[in-house]
Ligand binder design. Sequence first.
Ligand code: 5AD
Length: 340
Amino acid sequence: MICVPDIPRLTERLTQSATQPGVCEALCAEADAIRSQVFGDTVYIRGIIEFSNICRNNCHYCGIRRDNNLVMRYRMNADEIVEVAMTAKRLGCGTVVLQSGEDPSFTAPMLGEIIRRIKNETGLAVTLSIGVRTREELVELKAAGCDRYLLRFETSSETAFSAIHPDCTFAERVACLNDLRELGYQVGSGFMIGLPGATLEQIAQDLVFATQLNLQMIGCGPFLAHPGTPLAGHTTLENRNVYYAVMALLRILNPHAHIPATTAFDALDPNGRDRVMCCGANVFMPNITPAKYRRLYQLYPNKPSVDEDGETSLRRVLERLAALGRKVSAEAGHALTALP
Ligand code: 5AD
């Protein structure tokens, strides 16, 4: 049993996962059993539409940061976005996730209109992943029918946070998460695993912070250094088991949260997302962005499936899940945990 907040014990588990054979595997088996007990073999499919790579922020890790001049910028228009959502519905997604850089030209009224159209035409659950917005904007987006919101805290160390986020404070992020919760959104957050300088103890603190936020969804993935950013050249963690042990511990600490196998795991290991599905994850998020935009939305290098169209990506995902013996649900997959 791991009690929250038992940072020394979590740190020890992570250390053992990296150094002792069998420890990571045992954690993954424990997490997999919890996932199976709470969610059965059902996997919820959330199709991600990366609708704009324009960003006002200059985060040190992100490939679409404002100062990366090597990226050609794009915005999808409302009709394109709604059309992709309709394809998502046809292909069996229960949710669409609208993700972008922090692009203020998509105002709350514009996004609200897109959400209304998607809800009217598909009935799908809608998740936004568009960075920090004001409380007023969040009120408007909720009124338009938005169900959920993803905003990672990235690291629970305020010092580490401010070192890599020139445009946003940790307190602002957390305040936005609190606004979302108060306004009745299903809230998702999470962190990058293995940011430069992060010790196993820091990662244990991130796990505890994520757990104490009492989230409905928790999304974490490996940090992967992008060549066009100030963090270029940083290597991944020496022992890959740590990434999977973190995901397993997330599930053990948060039995009822929705936990996706995030795309960055496929950039780490060719079968990374399959491994995460076997250590506690119950959600898969296929990229359904039109092929012509995908190469332009690379937050990290080695992003998979950059040449595929949405339909192909989704079919491949369904095959992978079937191979793991998991059943795909076309339901929205709303939060299991009671909203506070
Ligand atoms: N490596 C891994 N994850 C990244 N993200 C952004 N850049 C990187 C990177 N270089 C993640 C952040 C962000 C999410 C949308 O993508 O956690 O919140």
